[in-house]
Design a binder for this molecule. Structure first.
Ligand SMILES: [Fe+2]
Length: 209
């Protein structure tokens, strides 16, 4: 799917009304990063990646009780740990909100990438991985582990072969998971086991390459 700049601009305006200025600025950072990686890895999907990035946090500021009601109505297989692990549920709510309120953008790629952007899954596509890692490394983020992953992924990536770019993308996703899990460990917070499954999937995938 290709979206025109007008269509993306309209989407940005609509999404900005659903979040704080700070979150919208993060959203635009994710869009920039997804566009950059898209040009290098999935050049036929750049505008669709931009749309997924703009929409990835669309449900993040909805009240938790409203999100849980929506997920229950959709019979989403919510686990006990999904409700206690911080900042995960909104990624499961996003596809429901996109189908309901942004139906022009309810493509398989966008629904999948928004759903998987926090904890991933054990069947991630390159499209999913670009949104996942862009959320972690976008350029408004300054914490140390994010800078490390950003440099590992982006430094001179344009000089790499296509195959090497893919390996770097997968490795960057693993580094992002490690960074996110370390932060949770330091704060004494639980880790959603879906994230470990994603990490194992990415490692196995790398060993096969
Ligand atoms: Fe985000």
């Amino acid at each position: 799917m290709n979206y025109t700049e007008n269509k993306l601009s309209d989407l940005r305006k609509r999404v900005s009304l659903r979040m704080s200025e700070k979150r919208f600025s993060h959203t635009l950072g994710v869009e920039r990063c997804a566009a950059l990686l898209g040009k290098l890895i999935l050049p036929d999907f750049v505008s669709e990646l931009q749309a997924a990035a703009i929409l990835h946090d669309v449900a993040k500021e909805m009240p938790l009780s409203e999100q849980i009601s929506l997920l229950k109505a959709e019979k989403f297989p919510l686990t006990d740990e999904d409700t206690v692990t911080v900042g995960v549920i909104h990624s499961f709510t996003a596809p429901i909100v996109i189908k309901r309120d942004f139906s022009d953008f309810a493509t398989q790629n966008i629904l999948s990438a928004t759903e998987k952007h926090t904890v991933g899954s054990s069947d991630m596509t390159l499209f999913d991985m670009i949104i996942f890692v862009s959320d972690y490394i976008e350029d408004t983020r300054v914490f140390e582990s994010c800078v490390r992953v950003r440099e590992a992924l982006l430094t001179d990536i344009e000089n790499d072969s296509y195959e090497k770019r893919i390996v770097r993308l997968k490795n960057a996703c693993i580094m992002a998971i490690d960074g996110a899990e370390n932060a949770l460990l330091r704060q004494g917070l639980p880790i959603n086991s879906r994230m470990n499954k994603t990490r194992n999937f990415l490692l196995k995938n790398n060993f096969q390459n």
